[in-house]
Design a binder for this molecule. Structure first.
Ligand code: S3P
Length: 431
C-alpha cells in the first residue's frame, strides 16, 4: 500500500485514453446477470474495488462468475428466484451502490442475509433505503435503529409494490425499490424530485422488464423471470473521464482524446457545465452500446469562466463536483454550487473535504450548507493533502496539483475504488 504520492507540475496532457468501464453500469451488469438463468458475457467490466465487492456478494449468493483471459466477465445465475442463502456476512467494502441495490434484491428472498462494509460505508445513511423497503414489507434490522450497517435482512411473508415519493434524487434508492418490486406481489411507482441516473431502468429493459416512465416517475411490475442478453458491453465511465476533461481544460497545451465514454443524458451534466464555462470539448463518433449512448470526446485547453451550478443538473453531475471545484479555481470569476447537500453523505463529506484540502493549497473556497463558493484565477501552492480515503478526492487533488505547483496526496490507493490505473495514466499522458 502506497502511503503518499507526489504529483509534480509537468506541462500539458496529450494522447488518447481508453476510459475504463462505467462503475454504475458494471455493478448492475453483474447483479442482473446473476439474477438470470442464461449465461451473460460482460465486456469492459470495471475491475475496480467497488465492482469487485459486487462480484463477491453475487458469488456468495450462488452465481458463478469468472474472468477469462481477455478480461471478459462470465456470469451464470440460477434465475430470478434462484439465489441461495449466503454462508457468511456479505461485505460491500466502500460501495454504496452494492449495498443499497443488494438490499432491494435481498428483501425479496426467502433467506437470511447480513450486509456490512468498510468504515466509510458503516457511517453512511441507510434509512433512505430501509424506509421504503420496510413499507413494502421488508424485514430489516441494523445498527442504531437500522440507520446504519451492519444490517440483517430477514425473509418476509410478502413484499408489496409501493407508490413512493423519494425525499432526494438518488439512483441507488430508486434502484433498490425497482429491484425489490421484481419480487413483489404488485407494481411500484417511484417519484424523484429530479431525475437521477437511469442505468437500472435501461438495463432492466434489456433483461425483458417493462418500465413505465412519466416525468420524474418510474413504474415497474413484478416479473416471473429475466431474459438476459448474451452480452453486455459496458461503456467507459464519464465520471472517470471527468478528471481528464477538467485536467486538459485547465492545463495549457493539452489535447486529449477520450475513447468510448458513456454519454447517457442522466450523466452528462459535467459536459454541459464545462461547455458553459467555455471548455473546448467535441463529441465524436456517437453510437450505442446496448441501450446506453457512447461517444469519443476530444478536449483541448481553454480559458474557463465561473458559473452557477444548482437545481436539476446536480444529480447529473453529483460525482463530478470535486473535480468541477478544481476547474472553478482556474476559471475567471466566481463559481457557486448549491443544492448539493448529498455530497455530505458520499464516501466522505465531499463539501468539507474539497474546501479543506484545496484550502491547504491556498485556494479560497467557502463551504456553505449545501454547496461551495469558489473564487477563480487562484494561485495554488504545493501542499500535503488528505484523500480521506475517497477515490474522487484523491483524483481531483491530483488534477489540481498537476495544473499548479504540485501536491502530495496521502492514501492515493483509494483511486482503485473506481479507477485502478489513474496515476499511471496521468504519467503516460504527461510523458
Ligand atoms: C450511483 C448513484 C449515485 C452516485 C454513486 C453511484 C449508482 O449515488 O453518487 O456514485 O450507481 O446508482 P446516490 O444514489 O446516492 O445519489
Amino acid at each position: 500500500m502506497l502511503e503518499n504520492i507526489t504529483i509534480s507540475p509537468k506541462g500539458g496532457l496529450s494522447g488518447t485514453i481508453h476510459i475504463p468501464g462505467d462503475k454504475s453500469i458494471s455493478h448492475r451488469s453483474v447483479m442482473f446477470a446473476a439474477l438470470a438463468s442464461t449465461p451473460v458475457v460482460i465486456k469492459n467490466f470495471l475491475y475496480a474495488e467497488d465492482c469487485l465487492s459486487t462480484v463477491s456478494c453475487m458469488r456468495a449468493l450462488g452465481a458463478k462468475i469468472e474472468k477469462d483471459a481477455s478480461n471478459n466477465l462470465h456470469v451464470l445465475g440460477n434465475g430470478l428466484h434462484g439465489l441461495q442463502e449466503p454462508p457468511n456476512i456479505m461485505d460491500a467494502g466502500n460501495s454504496g451502490t452494492t449495498l443499497r441495490l443488494l438490499s432491494g434484491i435481498l428483501v425479496g428472498q426467502p433467506f437470511f442475509s447480513v450486509l456490512t462494509g468498510d468504515a466509510s460505508l458503516r457511517s453512511r445513511p441507510m434509512a433512505r433505503v430501509v424506509t421504503p423497503l420496510t413499507k413494502m414489507g421488508g424485514k430489516i434490522s441494523g445498527r442504531q435503529d437500522t440507520r446504519y450497517i451492519p444490517m440483517a435482512i430477514m425473509p418476509s411473508e410478502k413484499i408489496e409494490g409501493i407508490e413512493y415519493n423519494m425525499p432526494m434524487a438518488s439512483a441507488q434508492v430508486k434502484s433498490a425499490i425497482l429491484l425489490a418490486t421484481l419480487f413483489a406481489s404488485s407494481p411500484s411507482i417511484v417519484t424523484e424530485p429530479y431525475i437521477s441516473r437511469d442505468h437500472t431502468e435501461l438495463m432492466l429493459e434489456t433483461f425483458g422488464v417493462k418500465i413505465k416512465r412519466q416525468g420524474t416517475s418510474v413504474g415497474v411490475s413484478p416479473i416471473a423471470d429475466l431474459q438476459a442478453p448474451a452480452e453486455i458491453d459496458v461503456p467507459g465511465d464519464i465520471s472517470s473521464a471527468a478528471f481528464w476533461l477538467v485536467g486538459a481544460s485547465i492545463i495549457p497545451n493539452s489535447h486529449l482524446t477520450l475513447k468510448n465514454v458513456g454519454i447517457n443524458p442522466t450523466r452528462t451534466g459535467i459536459l454541459d457545465i464545462l461547455r458553459q464555462m467555455g471548455a473546448n470539448i467535441t463529441i465524436e463518433n456517437e453510437r450505442f452500446s446496448g441501450a446506453e449512448p457512447v461517444a469519443d470526446l476530444v478536449v483541448k485547453s481553454a480559458e474557463l469562466k465561473g458559473v452557477t451550478i444548482e437545481g436539476p443538473i446536480i444529480p447529473r453531475l453529483i460525482d463530478e463536483i470535486p473535480v468541477l471545484a478544481v476547474a472553478a479555481l482556474f476559471a475567471n470569476g466566481q463559481t457557486t454550487i448549491r443544492d448539493a447537500e448529498e455530497l455530505r453523505v458520499k464516501e466522505t463529506d465531499r463539501l468539507k473535504a474539497v474546501a479543506s484540502e484545496l484550502g491547504k493549497m491556498g485556494a479560497i473556497i467557502t463551504e456553505t450548507k449545501d454547496g461551495l463558493t469558489i473564487n477563480g484565477r487562484q494561485k495554488l501552492q504545493f501542499a500535503k493533502c488528505c484523500s480521506y480515503h475517497d477515490h474522487r478526492m484523491a483524483m481531483s487533488l491530483a488534477i489540481a496539483g498537476a495544473a499548479s505547483n504540485g501536491v502530495e496526496i496521502n492514501q492515493p490507493d483509494c483511486a482503485n475504488i473506481s479507477y485502478p490505473n489513474f496515476f499511471t495514466t496521468l504519467d503516460t499522458i504527461r510523458a
